[in-house]
Design a protein around this ligand. Structure first.
Ligand code: HEC
Length: 213
């Protein structure tokens, strides 16, 4: 009876698989070519897609976009804030505020990365992630350098571009870069200075303000 059925149609006979399990036989029914085509194409597509968004850092993922948006929001907020003082307590407190530092990171990547590298490791400008600084002894010095620039050394001034609170935010971001890991750090330049919280031994006397003077 089995043979009778299968003999009915030659093409069905050809598509039957060889094995026979208690009289149960199966057809070889491959997926249609268009389906297999899409299947393989999607795998091929996934390889560069993954590399583009997750390995090379070229494309931006949804998470990146979200962080950029949050950063832009705080950058806008900072422009309106009038009460960010360019002093060490404000700068150091801001430096530990993850969300506000997203704004700092945005501003840094857009304006400073060309010379200091996207992660602060330094390019033509010095490395900002190590403990060595040329012009910085205290967190306030970061604000001063960014505000006024060092025109003769190739560091532009930013006071004409950003409001004071934005510059405080930027200075806080630079302070927070210290001790982070840069992918291709430049060799240290300048003097090694003490941790931000305590005044370093290298502090020039002019920076300390004595009470009662
Ligand atoms: C055109 C290149 C350039 C750009 C853009 C630039 N910098 Fe600089 N920056 C320099 C150079 C060069 C120096 C080193 C000056 C020196 O030798 O004293 C420097 C020094 C500094 C220093 C002091 C580092 C030290 O060790 O004394 C800080 C802080 C700094 N830059 C922050 C920033 C920030 C923040 C931005 C973006 C708002 C920025 N820079 C944009 C070139 C640049």
């Amino acid at each position: 009876m089995n043979t009778q059925q299968t003999n009915q149609n030659v093409s069905e006979e050809a598509a039957l698989l060889d094995h026979d399990c208690d009289g149960i036989r199966e057809y070889d029914n491959p997926m249609p070519a268009w389906w297999t085509g899409i299947f393989w194409l999607s795998i091929l597509f996934a390889l560069p897609y993954f590399a583009f968004y997750h390995l090379g850092g070229v494309g931006t993922t949804l998470a990146d976009n979200y962080e950029t948006e949050v950063g832009a929001f705080y950058e806008m907020q900072a422009a309106k804030l009038g009460n960010l003082k360019p002093d060490a307590p404000t700068i150091l407190t801001l430096a530990t505020d993850g969300q506000k530092m997203l704004a700092g990171r945005n501003m840094f990547r857009a304006n400073c990365a060309t010379c200091h590298g996207p992660d602060g490791g330094g390019l033509t400008g010095p490395n900002l992630t190590d403990d060595h600084y040329i012009n910085i002894r205290q967190p306030e010095d970061i604000f001063r350098v960014v505000h006024d620039g060092l025109p003769s050394k190739g560091m532009p001034e930013w006071a004409s571009r950003f409001s004071e609170p934005q510059l405080v935010l930027l200075a806080a971001y630079v302070a927070s870069l210290r001790g982070t890991h840069a992918s291709a750090p430049r060799d240290p330049q300048g003097d090694r200075i003490g941790p931000w919280s305590t005044p370093s031994a290298a502090t020039p006397p002019t920076v300390t303000t004595a009470v009662g003077e």
